[in-house]
Write a protein that binds this ligand. Structure first.
Ligand code: ACO
Length: 378
């Protein structure tokens, strides 16, 4: 049999059949379950979008109310679970804390068997409901502050901001975060979603599936990029320095974080929406030099690399928006994880409906038939 051709990064190779999200990278389109991201960002909210992704249809008012209530009921963490988070090293990265605490949450849960529909649905709302609470709890503990109990009157985004600061969030700030969560909730077969499906395919429990996907999202080429964008922007003190910054990065063959995408060859539609929201937020809460630097950076990068299909991706604007909301830079990727959990679980559910364990091939490039040489003769 002829050896199949190796495709590095499995670029363009379908790994599953899915009806969850759809991207047209040439036209800059993203849709969840057939609904455009623009319409969902304008008219829906993260809790409704989560249910849409997981269950496939927009909920009726009763279904929506029930799902939102379940998410809120599932925000609670036991004292022992809080002790686990408290014991994690405060100087560690919040993504590592999130991965560890998601695994621990699973150890406290009985809803681990995907074959039982009741346990499967219980795990889904437990994980989506608890995810922001795990992030907020670690943030409070590492800052030497007390845990702030969740507020069931607030939706996922507003409650997360409340649990970080203990202050009721500005309605525009909460809405902007809610839209950012919608925009990050799913994105077809990216690295962390593929991870979720691979781990799920082994019949691992859903907490392990999500903890593994969190690990996959940490890397700077995936979810870790939003943090790097802000760190880059902070090194540029004014708009006049932007061309030199870009030149310096390209001269050393470095990547400009927040630009380029495996699928989009035009501007990421999520970046377009976030850019509009960033403008609104900076107008209301006060413009800073960071905003002007970012706008100038986009112009410079697109003028130099646009011909290669390199444009801003979602991470370029999400970092700013979060910094304006007063969120610490290393919590940006955990926020991405909070949002993407709905997509991961939708993919896990879909995978388990017709599961076959992933077991790809390889192209062997090693040697054959070597004879063992005893250690004293080498
Ligand atoms: N800055 C500078 N050059 C770039 C960038 C960038 N951000 N992205 C791609 N290029 C260049 C590459 O150097 C390559 O150039 P060459 O043809 O001269 O060798 C060409 O564009 C093609 O790039 P690839 O790396 O092959 O593109 P690929 O599809 O493999 O990678 C990726 C996509 C990983 C997103 C890449 O664009 C990148 O590293 N971007 C920066 C990190 C980033 O923002 N990641 C977030 C992605 S979105 C998300 O996870 C939500």
């Amino acid at each position: 049999m002829a050896t199949p051709e190796l495709v590095p990064g499995l670029a363009g190779i379908p790994a599953a059949e899915s009806s969850i999200s759809y991207i047209d990278g040439q036209k800059g389109l993203l849709a969840y379950r057939g609904y455009s991201i623009e319409e969902l960002a304008e008219k829906s909210n993260f809790e409704e979008v989560s249910r849409l992704l997981v269950h496939g249809e927009l909920p009726t008012p009763e279904e929506h109310e029930r799902f939102s209530a379940l998410l809120r009921e599932n925000r609670g963490l036991s004292e022992r679970m809080l002790d686990v988070i408290r014991a994690l090293p405060g100087n560690g990265h919040p993504m590592d804390a999130l991965q560890a605490s998601m695994a621990a949450l699973g150890m406290f849960s009985r809803a681990r068997d995907y074959r039982d529909p009741a346990q499967r649905d219980e795990a889904i709302v437990r994980i989506i409901g608890a995810m922001p609470v795990l992030v907020a709890a670690f943030e409070r503990f590492r800052s030497g502050e007390d845990f702030i109990p969740p507020d069931p009157s607030l939706d996922t985004a507003a409650n997360f901001l409340w649990m970080l600061t203990g202050e009721k969030p500005d309605p525009l700030a909460a809405r902007v975060l809610d839209v950012a969560l919608i925009l990050h909730a799913d994105h077809t077969m990216n690295a962390s979603t593929f991870t979720a499906r691979v781990v799920g395919s082994t019949e691992a429990d859903p907490f392990t599936v999500v903890a593994s996907a969190v690990g996959s999202l940490t890397g700077p080429l995936h979810g870790g990029a939003n943090e790097r964008v802000l760190r880059d922007l902070e090194t540029v003190s004014g708009v006049e320095e932007v061309p030199d910054f870009v030149e310096g990065r390209l001269a050393t063959k470095g990547k400009l974080m927040g630009f380029g995408h495996r699928v989009y060859k035009v501007k990421d539609p999520r970046a377009v929406i976030l850019q509009g929201l960033a403008r609104e937020l900076f107008e209301k809460l006060g413009r800073t030099p960071l905003y002007d630097v970012a706008v100038r950076l986009e112009e410079e990068v697109v003028s130099r690399l646009g011909h290669k299909g390199i444009h801003p991706n979602v991470d370029f604007y999400s970092g700013f928006v979060y910094s304006k909301l007063g969120i610490p830079v290393d919590d940006f990727t955990p926020i991405f994880a909070i949002a993407r959990t709905s997509g991961w679980l939708a993919h896990w559910r879909e995978q388990m409906q017709d599961n076959r364990i992933f077991r790809p091939g390889q192209v062997y490039s090693g040697e054959h038939g070597r004879s063992y040489v005893p250690i004293d003769q080498r």
